[in-house]
Design a protein around this ligand. Structure first.
Ligand SMILES: NC(=O)c1ccc[n+]([C@@H]2O[C@H](COP(=O)([O-])OP(=O)(O)OC[C@H]3O[C@@H](n4cnc5c(N)ncnc54)[C@H](OP(=O)(O)O)[C@@H]3O)[C@@H](O)[C@H]2O)c1
Length: 315
């Protein structure tokens, strides 16, 4: 049994569940951080049985709610001596959703779940991570950010509380992409901020993985059909879970921080928006990400917003 503790958000389904099983099978102590206890209990039991590891703990958290995150982090601190690995896997993407949805703190739900919630959790658990010999954080990113190779694409920073809901049509897909780009920008900044404390922070550019039945059932009928068709050829979540495991445990990534890593375990490089074949290669390849993620102004805005919304929201 390894005496290492891994915390995975959204561990009841898809890649998160497969990752919880992988770490449990390898003998880690696993904290499954899930919002729906009823659904998650079945996954929890399944993982204990399949891994033969009873050190798998199911804990409740809604990562879109600051109050829930605060309660959860206090419980983690009380029950565990430290956290060695933190994987921000949970995400909100409700394909086909047409209405703006806001979190309890009135933040657009994709941004609350995919950016500011994980940011608060990182902030609150930083002391506990620092107690580890080799603390690592992994943020789930997506190839959707390649839409930012379009020079016209921008994060709607002015609409993160649904300020323009009367005049701007809601696109769950676009808001998801904006939130994941914002999270990548924050990954680079968190890595800088946490470097002196020995905490490594990277993001994984996930390309395509089979979606669970529950996730597909939340979609409208058009997206449901599309997702079921894509599921025929998409790889199983266990492959991506192995990559989570490799980035979070292997010597190869021990000193790597502030990087976007792809599904082939390669460091992804920034690239400017280009025209023609070069742009085509950037969009369909897995070796580059848009320079937009390194723009200083974007970094300042997102850092300022996260401080305002998360850190200054108080204990
Ligand atoms: N699958 C892909 O092809 C793909 C591609 C690119 C990126 N990704 C990224 O990979 C990660 C995992 O995706 P997946 O495909 O495995 O999706 P999934 O099966 O739908 O899992 C998402 C998980 O997030 C949880 N979650 C959502 N909102 C939450 C909240 N407010 N609080 C706590 N948990 C919450 C869900 O819980 P419930 O069960 O309670 O809803 C679920 O456990 C995500 O970050 C996603 O953006 C996936």
């Amino acid at each position: 049994m390894k005496d290492k503790i891994v915390l995975i958000t959204g561990a009841n389904s898809g890649i998160g569940k497969a990752a919880a099983l992988k770490f449990a099978t390898e003998g880690y102590r696993v904290i499954m951080a899930c919002r729906n206890m009823e659904i998650s209990q079945a996954a929890h039991k399944e993982i204990i049985q399949a891994s033969n590891n009873t050190n798998v703990h199911l804990m409740k958290v809604d990562v879109s709610s600051f109050d829930s995150i605060r309660t959860f982090c206090s419980e983690v601190e009380a029950q565990f001596p430290r956290v060695d690995i933190l994987i921000h896997n949970a995400a909100y993407l409700n394909h086909g959703e047409k209405e703006y949805k806001l979190s309890p703190e009135h933040i657009e739900l994709s941004f609350a779940t995919n950016v500011f919630g994980p940011c608060l959790m990182t902030h609150l658990l930083a002391d506990h991570l620092e107690k580890s010999q080799d603390p690592r954080i992994l943020n789930a990113c997506t190839t959707n950010i390649k839409n930012f190779f379009d020079p016209k694409r921008k994060i709607e920073f002015d609409n993160l509380r649904g300020e323009f809901k009367a005049t701007r049509r809601y696109s769950a897909y676009k808001m998801y992409g904006d939130s994941k780009m914002a999270f990548l920008i924050l990954t680079f900044q968190m890595a800088e901020q946490l470097k002196s404390r020995g905490i490594k922070v990277n993001a994984l550019q996930i390309n395509r993985v089979k979606l669970s039945k529950d996730t597909i059932n939340k979609m409208n009928s058009f997206w449901k059909v599309l997702a079921m068709a894509q599921n025929i050829t998409n790889p199983l979540p266990s492959g991506m879970a192995d990559i989570y495991y490799s980035i979070c445990t292997s010597d190869e990534f021990r000193d790597v921080t502030g990087q976007l890593i792809n599904h082939k375990r390669e460091i992804v490089q920034p690239s400017a928006s280009e025209q023609g074949f070069a742009q085509f290669k950037n969009i369909f390849g897995s070796g580059t990400y848009p320079q937009y993620a390194l723009d200083r102004d974007n970094a300042d805005i997102i850092w300022h917003l996260s401080n305002e919304l998360v850190y200054l929201a108080g204990p």
